[in-house]
Design a protein around this ligand. Structure first.
Ligand SMILES: *[C@@H]1O[C@H](CO)[C@@H](O)[C@H](O)[C@H]1NC(C)=O
Ligand SMILES: *[C@@H]1O[C@H](CO)[C@@H](O)[C@H](O)[C@H]1NC(C)=O
Ligand SMILES: *[C@@H]1O[C@H](CO)[C@@H](O)[C@H](O)[C@H]1NC(C)=O
Ligand SMILES: *[C@@H]1O[C@H](CO)[C@@H](O)[C@H](O)[C@H]1NC(C)=O
Ligand SMILES: *[C@@H]1O[C@H](CO)[C@@H](O)[C@H](O)[C@H]1NC(C)=O
Length: 250
């Protein structure tokens, strides 16, 4: 019944790697950047050291599907980071874009604790704040709700062996939202639909703008994330109707 938020784990202490060396090599295609000017760090501060460690480790945390996250430190000096590659970018380009964007964004926002940038092929953000809540809850929910409604219909219409649906939609920026919905197959279509509707409505209450969550009732299951977490070759939902959503905040 509860939404279990994925939490950043604070792991490892790692050797500081000087990123400056590669500055001259880094020219990713910048689409949009934002440096948050209200909080700056000072040179050699604990935050800077945590950020250095975080960003040197981030590229090694690929989920396998172009989603990265890593955090270092504790309390207000925690440096959180996360990155995403566009869904159609191959792993090698993804890795290159992320490596270059790290160098590029730190140059663009040299002393800000929080910064984000969209490049043509990847997105990077770091902050002393938790990044796992969406900064764009309206756009996020604007994409999530129709995706849930569509998948709920597909899952409910399943047969007596399988009531299951997966799908994805474009969310804020080029973030994609992935969702998986499933009912116990012995439920009727209507029972399945109602059970899932109950869960979807709980996202609204507890999870506004959350970048991911899971809800489990006894007879149905729902999960959504901003990275693919299910096997793409399993039975998928039908093509999304064109033009239904595409909330871009840029
Ligand atoms: C942080 O640094 C930027 C320049 O790098 C400056 O424009 C901004 O005013 C500073 N913010 C604070 C709160 O000192
Ligand atoms: C972020 O990374 C940690 C491991 O460092 C992992 O346990 C956690 O689930 C990740 N968060 C998301 C949203 O994937
Ligand atoms: C990106 O950086 C990671 C480690 O920081 C490295 O393992 C990887 O080879 C780099 N990728 C590219 C394409 O240079
Ligand atoms: C995904 O599903 C296909 C077909 O069922 C299977 O062959 C493949 O091994 C699965 N991949 C993973 C990563 O589970
Ligand atoms: C997203 O969904 C579409 C169908 O709506 C599907 O063709 C595509 O493979 C999915 N992409 C990913 C990365 O899951």
């Amino acid at each position: 019944m509860s939404i279990l938020n994925e939490k950043l784990l604070f792991l490892f202490s790692l050797i500081y790697i000087c990123l400056i060396i590669t500055i001259t090599l880094a020219q990713p295609n910048l689409v949009y950047k934002r440096c948050k000017n209200t909080e700056n760090y000072t040179i050699n501060s604990a935050y800077q050291r945590n950020l250095d460690t975080t960003l040197s480790t981030l590229p090694t945390t690929n989920s396998g599907l172009g989603f990265f996250n890593f955090s270092t430190g504790e309390g207000s000096n925690t440096a959180n980071s996360f990155a995403l590659c566009r869904g159609d970018v191959n792993p090698d380009e993804c890795s290159r874009c992320l490596n270059d964007s790290i160098v590029n964004l730190r140059k663009l926002c040299p002393n800000q604790k929080e910064a984000m940038a969209f490049y043509h092929k990847c997105f990077l953000q770091y902050s002393n704040n938790n990044l796992l809540n969406s900064r764009y809850p309206d756009q996020f929910n604007g994409a999530l709700r129709p995706l849930m409604d569509e998948l709920r219909g597909v899952a409910a219409a399943g047969d007596q062996l399988l009531k299951f649906a997966t799908g994805n939609r474009t969310g804020p920026g080029f973030v994609r939202i992935y969702a998986l919905l499933q009912c116990s197959p012995y439920l009727t279509e209507q029972q399945c639909s109602e059970c899932l509707e109950d869960e979807v409505s709980k996202i609204g209450i507890h999870g506004n703008g959350k970048i991911g969550g899971k809800i489990v009732l006894a007879t149905c299951y729902l999960r959504f994330e901003i990275y693919p977490f299910f096997n793409q070759s399993t039975r998928a939902a039908p093509q999304q109707p064109a033009g239904m959503i595409d909330s871009i905040f840029l």
